[in-house]
Write a protein that binds this ligand. Structure first.
Ligand code: NAD
Length: 260
């Protein structure tokens, strides 16, 4: 009797922004995985240690993982449109025209985009939306986020996504019910308001809490990211999701990873 062994070729991955903080975590993770191969490190023009985007045509890659800068989004999107190679996009701060370029790419190739690649945040979002849906306007909801002192934008993009998810789950338009911080003498808290609070201190990677309170009960849902590596792990998971399931063109997100 002979034993047949099938060898699955590793998925060849190109990392855009390979020299950056996220890029370095990603390259290390890919190099340590037996089912993945680091096929290209793409760096900014003028930088060493990799190739620039215009040289990507000469490389064979199955998936591009991009944690770089919004300036790189339009050229990468054009490359994806031309090659139909799958694209995992973590870069944030995209303009409306960058986002339109992402959507054009998603019309012809699989594109997985997330502003937060933490699987824990994806779960928190789903759990918070479920709680908001069950409790409806009976619950007072407050979202508190804490980040390191270098973070300039507030509230965080993730806190805003959480607020949108809970508002949507109970049929509200966030713009009409959002209240950032509270100070001074005001009216009583109106029913249905969603409060948002930003704390900045020390070296905290990212904490998000969704607090839901209703008469005599309080529910606290919270997530604590202790290391930026969580985002790299999520992006690699997304790359495997696109590769292993042979996904067709479309725009995928973290909710797809949680789907049964
Ligand atoms: P970083 O500044 O450390 O790294 C960015 C890298 O991109 C730099 O090395 C820069 O030289 C490089 N770069 C710039 N232009 C380039 C180009 N044209 N081609 C190739 N490389 C180019 O930043 P970071 O902390 O690694 O974050 C990168 C991006 O990822 C940011 O937009 C950040 O907000 C985002 N981010 C997203 C998540 C998420 O979960 N979605 C998590 C962390 C960071």
């Amino acid at each position: 009797m002979t034993t047949q062994q099938t060898t699955i070729a590793p998925v060849r991955i190109g990392v855009v922004g390979a020299a950056g903080r996220m890029g370095q975590h990603l390259c290390a993770l890919i190099e340590a995985a037996s089912d993945l191969q680091l096929a290209a490190r793409v760096v900014e023009p003028g930088h060493t240690g990799g190739i620039t985007l215009d040289l990507l045509d000469g490389q064979v890659v199955d998936i591009l993982i991009d944690f770089s800068t919004p300036h790189a989004v339009a050229p990468v999107a054009a490359w994806v449109v031309a090659t139909k190679v799958a694209w995992v996009l973590g870069t944030t701060g995209l303009s409306a025209s960058d986002q339109a370029a992402v959507e054009r790419a998603a019309a012809v190739a699989p594109v997985f985009q997330a502003s937060n690649f933490s699987i824990g945040i994806a779960l928190l979002t789903e759990l918070a939306a479920r709680a908001a849906q069950v409790l409806g306007l009976d619950a007072d909801i407050e979202i508190v986020e804490t980040h390191h002192l270098h973070k300039r934008d507030a509230p965080s993009g993730t806190a805003l996504s959480l607020a949108k998810a809970v508002a949507q789950a109970r049929g509200q338009n966030l713009g009409e019910v959002r209240r950032d911080g509270r100070s001074g003498l005001g009216d009583e808290r109106p029913r249905g308001e969603i409060g948002m609070h930003a704390v900045r201190m020390a070296d905290i990677v990212g904490e998000h809490e969704v607090l839901l309170g209703w008469p005599a009960e309080r529910l606290k849902l919270c997530h604590d990211a202790r290391d930026r590596k969580v985002f790299a792990h999520g992006a690699v998971r997304a790359a495997r999701y696109l590769a292993r399931q042979g996904r067709g063109p479309g725009l995928y997100g973290m909710q797809d990873l949680l789907a049964p």
